[in-house]
Write a protein that binds this ligand. Structure first.
Ligand code: FMN
Length: 188
């Protein structure tokens, strides 16, 4: 179908398969991530939505092995030895319009989730990481005052099987029409 509703980009089933099989990956092989693949991941990441399309974000891509070692040393949440780390930041210098001042971290989070899913679609493992020392990161990456790191995203080809995490039952977390009504009403 090419009517703009279904299947004109990718079959919905294929997309849902990518979404539902993603998991945090914390063990990586030593295989490098190809330059063109990395560029695709970054371009996809930048297609994420932002409040008022402010794009108040900035990303630092770290590939240098000794720089990666230093990042790992100061980031308790960064497990394993990734080939690349993308540090996703809010760019405070873009926040001069009141309409989107409240939620720049949400926009960065949207970008990070897009990166996670795109990486998985390419067979690359990733993990959102917030346990790091911002002060040290500022120095290591020469971040100016207006750039605030929000997430680190390690990337690498997965070593071993993916471990899928449990999810709470949907009957517990999804309501219909009003909060707490867990049975769907009959459709319109
Ligand atoms: C806001 C946030 C912060 C996280 N920080 C870390 C972290 O510092 N280190 C880590 O290994 N995983 C971190 N994670 C990954 C979660 O542990 C993981 O997503 C969760 O256990 C669910 O597993 P799954 O992603 O495999 O479904 C973080 C995830 C989120 C959403």
């Amino acid at each position: 179908m090419t009517d703009g509703r279904r299947g004109d980009v990718l079959s919905p089933e294929s997309f849902v398969q990518v979404v539902r099989t993603r998991s945090a990956v914390r063990k990586y092989t030593t295989d490098p991530i190809e330059d063109d693949v990395l560029e695709e991941l970054l371009d996809a990441m930048l297609s994420a939505p932002t409040g008022s399309n402010a794009q108040a974000w900035s990303f630092v891509v770290v590939r240098d092995p000794s720089a990666l070692r230093r990042l790992r040393a100061f980031s308790p949440g960064l497990v394993g030895k990734p080939q690349v780390v993308v540090v996703a930041c809010v760019d405070g210098s873009r926040l001069d319009q009141a309409s989107h001042d409240g939620a720049p971290e949400l926009c960065v989070t949207m970008a990070v989730n897009t990166l996670l899913l795109t990486a998985h679609a390419y067979g690359i493992g990733a993990c959102p990481v917030t346990s790091f020392r911002s002060g040290v990161l500022r120095v290591l990456l020469a971040l100016p005052d207006e750039i605030e790191p929000v997430f680190m995203v390690p990337l690498g080809y997965p070593a071993g099987e993916r471990q899928m995490s449990e999810r709470r039952p949907r009957s517990e977390v999804i309501s219909y029409e009003v909060c707490g009504q867990h049975t769907p009403a009959v459709g319109p």
